[in-house]
Unconditional design. Sequence first.
Length: 70
Amino acid sequence: MLFKNLGVPELILILVIAILIFGPGRIGRIGSELGKGIRGFKEGVGTDDKEADGDEAEVEETAGGDAETD
């Protein structure tokens, strides 16, 4: 793995460098926007699954309805 030997001291160093580069306020906004993006992605993927399930149910209902009228 790429980050196999990444420990607590390394993570603290990365956090300090990020705060020095971006500033504490901007780090919070970046984290917030990242969270919103991930949440939106999950909802989008979940919506596609629900739509696919709905399409399958619609096809089954249509096929069942045609069989009853014959």
